[in-house]
Design a protein around this ligand. Sequence first.
Ligand code: UDX
Length: 458
Amino acid sequence: MENQRKNHVPHCLVLPYPLQGHINPMLQFSKRLVQQGVKVTLVNTISIWNKINKNNLDLNSIEIESISDGYDNGGLSSAENMESYKETFWKIGPKTLSQLLQKLQSSNNPVDCVIYDAFLHWTFDVSKSFGIPVGVFLTQACSVNNINFHAFEKWIELPISKSEIILPGLPKLEASDLPSFLYQYGTYPGYFDILTNQFSKIDQAEWVLVNTFYELEPEVVDWLAKKWRLKTIGPCVPSMFLDKRLKDDNDYGISTFGPNSEACIKWLDNKPKDSVVYVSFGSLAGLSEDQTKEIAYGLRDCEMYFIWVVRDSEKGKFPKEFLDLSLEKGLIVNWCPQLQVLTHEAVGCFVTHCGWNSTLEALSVGVPVIAMPLWTDQITNAKFIVDVWKIGVKGIADEKGVVRRETIKDCITDIMETEKGNEMKKNAVNWKSLAKIVVDEGGSSDKNIVEFLNELTL
Ligand code: UDX
């Protein structure tokens, strides 16, 4: 019996919410587990697996399985709206996950732990009905989780009536620094529901794993760790970009938008050090036509090289004449290997929507930021980028909510050409060193992963 236990290969089922920004970090975390000798089954919806070119995906022996969200031929984008997507997914997801667990539990190597994205909170009950321990995986910053947790507990009054918000473990915040679903309460009820329900069973989970690192948000991590069995395990960024052990790992994450554009790297190879502005607004959010135009002309007016990721769904918003004008100085791509681009020495700054992955990536590879948050946690991340981690400036929007071309030009110039910009670059490089330390052997995140595995195999 004892010997059988010794030879047992622990098996984790990992279930991210079906969005690029959630699958990427949970895939990277899965790879860390595989590296430690764990068998991982990565589960996602049929429509996500259909979208991803698996030939481009280096899975390091991770196995893939599917559940259904009820939209097998298109996922969220084929649903009428977010609310109906969620309603259908919440009905069909638990049933199909249950069928999958039934199959896996009667196999030779049943699942020892289900690590699920907190967005899919119903996974707790499904897993427990099979008697399986769970790890809740939080894909956003601890600071943001703490704010959303306060909303879930109704410790923040909604709609917000105060102008200043004081919460444990966090600096003083303006109401407008809160995630948009709270500050603009009522705007997206479907997302509000998902974000607050993340915490519904969290205090009963065996583990709470957060994609952040201790040194980035120590006070709030300490505060939440008094409530939950919390372990910081980030940044979940492919190891090769942090110069560490998995040097042969050639994976840049997943792409649900077609092949990565290698053209970017060739183009960057011919540019001087720190001369290129990299612009990307992530995988989900759309810009207004007005905002797209202002970015286009802001980039033109600052007369610097740039790479701008414009997803196909956003192309129609482009000022037509800009495509001709931009050819000399800029490269516009549908998608790119973002980490490879950010680590290229030609890139001098990152104009970003401040999605949590992009934020962690900028911090982990030492690139200063121009923060142009759009909604959700991005607003709060931008506050921390500027005031706490001090790696960037914020593009302030006008009364119509648009960051104008002059502001964009000034922000880029500030970062690329001034002493203030140099300071931010230095700060970013300091965070990069810390990110390397925490994931390297004996670092805070590495220790937490080892501890989690020791507890799992007890
Ligand atoms: C979403 C939410 O918008 C974000 O606020 C939340 O924190 C996570 O989920 P998304 O908008 O896609 O994420 O942004 P982000 O979190 O930054 O994730 C985007 C990922 O796609 C990053 O890992 C980035 O490296 C990758 N990416 C982006 C590419 O690989 N290539 C690109 O061209 C653009």
